[in-house]
Every structure is written in C-alpha cells, then in structure tokens.
Design a protein around this ligand. Structure first.
Ligand code: 5GP
Ligand code: ZN
Length: 135
C-alpha cells in the first residue's frame, strides 16, 4: 500500500536517499532533515497510512517497541539528557507530512526545543461530559 506523490512512501521504499539509522520489513528510521535538536529522528512506516488513526494495530505496537529500542541506544550514542517521542495527527496538531511517522527528539539540558503547553485546569463540566460520553 503506497500513495503516489507521498514523499515518505518514496523515502521508506529507498527511492529517495535518506540518512537511515535502521530498517526492517515494516519501518525505516531516518534523521530528520530539519532537526529540532542534534539526532532528531523519524520512524516511518513502509506502508502508507495517513497517521495513527489509520495505522494497523500490529504496526502500532511494533512502532512503540522500535521507538524504545532506538532511544535506549541513541541516548548513549548522542549523550543526550532526555527524549521526547512526538507523534502528530492532522494539521491542527502540527502534522505536515500525511504519512505515519513518530518523532524521536533528543533533549539536552537547557536546550531551547519548544515542546510544551500552558497547563490549564480540568473543569468539572468538561470532566463529566467527557467521562459520560467515552464510556
Ligand atoms: P510532522 O510535522 O508531519 O509531524 O513532521 C514532519 C517532519 O518531517 C518534519 O520534522 C520535517 O522536518 C521532516 N521532513 C519533511 N520532509 C523530509 C524529507 O524529505 N526528509 C527528511 N529526512 N525529513 C523530512
Ligand atoms: Zn506515504
């Protein structure tokens, strides 16, 4: 399953060269061309899925296990102080390439990488509404 004109399909298939850290039948792990920090890498599925909403369940499990393996190894290689795993779904959440991928972003003490949000307060009304509609 692949999509015409999808850049990550082409990179995952090896049709466009990339700085590949790891590859298996399901995924290719590459360095991000516009890194948030030194060592910022992406896990790409080899098959085309728009994002996590559509990802095959088996691949979703494998992706997290692979992310774990990669960051456990890379933290020693890079000497970073922490890691963010980021995965964006749809434009409102910052997704710009609509082919499933996970970001592995090394963090260095005192770096200026901007991953964060202003903490709000859980409102009673929202809590009730969400709990009642999810169950
Ligand atoms: P998103 O915003 O969709 O979660 O992340 C897309 C990521 O893909 C961005 O961090 C961007 O820098 C990276 N990216 C986009 N095009 C390419 C490319 O051609 N090669 C590589 N290595 N990374 C890319
Ligand atoms: Zn694709």
């Amino acid at each position: 399953m692949r999509e015409e004109n999808c850049i990550f399909c082409k990179i995952a298939a090896g049709e466009i060269p990339s700085a590949t850290l790891y590859e298996d039948d399901d995924f290719r792990v590459i360095l991000d061309v516009n890194p948030a920090s030194k060592g910022h890498a992406l896990i790409l599925s080899k098959e085309h899925y728009r994002n996590l909403y559509e990802l095959d369940d088996g691949l979703a499990s494998k992706a997290l296990v692979l992310a774990k393996k990669m960051i456990v190894r890379l933290k020693d290689v890079l000497g970073c102080d922490g890691y963010n795993i980021v995965q964006n779904n749809e434009e409102a959440a910052g997704q710009t390439v609509f082919h499933f991928h996970m970001h592995m972003i090394p963090r260095y003490q005192g770096d200026k990488v901007g991953i964060g949000w202003h903490m709000g307060e859980l409102k009673e009304k929202d809590k009730e509404e969400i709990l009642n509609s999810v169950k």
